[in-house]
Design a protein around this ligand. Structure first.
Ligand SMILES: Nc1ncnc2c1ncn2[C@@H]1O[C@H](COP(=O)(O)OP(=O)(O)OP(=O)(O)O)[C@@H](O)[C@H]1O
Length: 202
């Protein structure tokens, strides 16, 4: 079984994936941004590194999906391949940061990968407003994310809204996390667990 968590930078995907993995005994397959050797350079100079950073994320996500398809146990994935293509890469192209030629090359690769992989069994979408996202990104203080400002988060947010509106690949559980604190309030976490149980008929 493959559960995936989607949401903008700072939405709380990693925290929730860890909590759900412990609760259900699932394996948490974490996104490892620090392993993308282009990420810090990308944040410094997006036009120069946009293509490289996207190809690297796409490669890692493809690798994760192959691992998931071979896993004998349930796996929870923190961010999906759809977000790479339909949020991050699309945003870079629409903002004229990535050239059309690079974007088409990227998309050819993405389309080929999509012929080989399966969608998750359940997608959990964490929706947080810009104030919450900004606060969370600031709070964790990752050095390479210092240039992540409200403008960048807002542009990504717009792409997230468009993508999730048309998402049909699997059942989708939408969670507004603005008023939730699933890390510190057990009742908030329990509410999410009940919704997941319902979707997965557990
Ligand atoms: N396809 C992509 N293109 C550009 N940047 C990406 C891409 N995928 C991830 N990133 C970047 O990698 C870093 C880590 O991702 P992010 O912070 O969203 O994950 P996270 O820490 O799991 O999020 P959350 O706060 O919801 O747990 C972020 O700076 C994010 O912008």
């Amino acid at each position: 079984m493959h559960i995936a968590i989607a949401g903008n930078i700072g939405a709380g995907k990693t925290t929730l994936a860890g909590l759900l993995a412990s609760h259900y005994g699932w394996e948490a397959l974490k996104e490892m941004p620090d392993e993308n050797p282009y990420l810090a350079d990308f944040y410094e100079d997006m036009p120069r590194w946009a293509f490289q950073v996207q190809v690297h994320f796409l490669t890692s996500r493809f690798d994760q999906l192959i691992q998931i398809s071979q896993a004998k146990h349930p796996v929870i994935q923190d961010r999906t391949i759809y977000e790479d293509a339909f949020v991050f890469a699309k945003n870079l192209h629409d903002s004229e940061i990535m050239s059309t030629q690079d974007y088409q090359t990227y998309h050819r690769l993405f389309d080929i990968i999509m012929r080989l992989v399966r969608p998750p069994d359940l997608l959990i979408f964490l929706d947080a407003g810009l104030p919450k996202l900004t606060l969370q990104v600031k709070k964790r203080g990752r050095l390479y994310e210092q240039s992540v400002d409200i403008t960048y988060l807002a542009t990504l947010q717009k792409h997230y809204q468009n993508w999730i509106r048309s998402y049909q690949e699997s059942p989708m559980l939408y969670i507004d996390v603005n008023e939730l604190d699933f890390l510190n309030r057990p009742e908030d976490f329990q509410m999410i667990v009940e919704k997941i149980n319902h979707y997965l008929s557990l």
